[in-house]
Design a protein around this ligand. Sequence first.
Ligand SMILES: Cc1ncc(COP(=O)(O)O)c(C=O)c1O
Length: 454
Amino acid sequence: MGIDIKEQLNEKYAEANNYAKKVLSLINKENDAITEEDASWITQETVDNFRDYVNPGFLDYRKSVTKDKQFAAVEWSDEGDSFKDVNGKKYIDCLGGFGIYNVGHRNPKVVQAVENQMNRQALHSQDLLDPLRAFLAKLVAQITPGDLKYSFFTNSGTESVEGALKLAKLYSDRSTIIAATRAFHGKSLGSLTATAKGVFRQPFFPLVSGFRHVQYGDIDMMEKTMEACALTGEDVAAVLLEPIQGEGGVIVPPDDYLPKVRALCDKYGALLILDEVQTGMGRTGKMFCCEHYGVVPDILCLAKAFGGGIVPAGAVVASEKVFKNFFPNPFIHTTTFGGNPLACAAAIATINVLIEEHLPERAAKMGAYMLQGLKEAAKGHEDKVMEIRGKGLMIGIEFQEDKIGYEFSKKLFDKGVLVAGTLVNAKTIRIEPPLTIKKEDIDQVVQTVADALK
Ligand SMILES: Cc1ncc(COP(=O)(O)O)c(C=O)c1O
């Protein structure tokens, strides 16, 4: 009996090991060594395994899967402003991984820094002082506005928001947090409470107590809510906002909104948390979007492009006044992998590239060029396109109906341009290419958009 189980286990592991070896042999192959037979095996296995082991729901949702679910475009390699599927078809990436690829796909400087760091030490001991975290924290203090100074490093956007909420709760004995309609801050329980879309939130009620949502961009509503909170003794600990709402459909607030929110926070003794997970690292034409408005938050959340599109990385950055509550016990909020040497090497190289290659300025210039081109392309199609808007290379195309947006993005995908809807507002397609996108690729995207609208 014992022997049978052992044999069964041996067989099970032998099968798993053969499968692992097959996959490793593909990973270790040069791109041009992938044969047609490899490509078709990879495609079929991917579809089958999504159905059987990942989540079959994705097969209905992903636009790269054909209707009969037999064939799919499976991504395999990337470089610059585009990626290729396993059959070698190239796509200009105007989705940018929802805003990850500000310095481009596999930026050579970022890859080099990460490779060099990996060859020395990949992860940290967790006990000694780790130098890369210290270097990166100083750099972040140097590039962020105002008195933002101390950083807690994370692995994702939602973690950055969780860290910010905890910092705000430690700062005072208040517990009311004001967020906005159409906000997206992530999907772990704290950040999800601030996120505004019902379908993501409702199945998980009750969420964290003390949160309220006000209309984004409506300063009167913000003021009345803060006043009401003060009168009822539910004083506001923090206001949490995106300076431009990304997933809400690339919503740019009125120019005086953020400065007025800042003033209200000061009046009522509340902290201002800006979630720049998507708008940060040069995306909107400044290193941080709040700089367009001359506003300095008390807490800044970063992630997505912070790791240079190579290593997942994020940060919660705060002024000393706020962050000092983490000083007495630095273990009050921790994460094993946040601020690991690979992530820090990637973030340091990313900041270096953003500065040296003037990518925020480039985003402003190329963004204005692209916005103009897209508006021209949409002329005469007002029956389909409601509005095209944005700042820098964060652009949204709002359609009259969800259905048109979906058809449009599928059409673009077939023609080798990747775009996608936004999570909170399905009517809006986002255009968020790498900030390094070539001018001729912008022209090609605009032409493809013009053709698709016809
Ligand atoms: C503004 C904003 N905050 C937070 C998040 C959550 O980031 P993550 O998916 O890395 O948890 C996102 C993701 O789209 C975002 O756009």
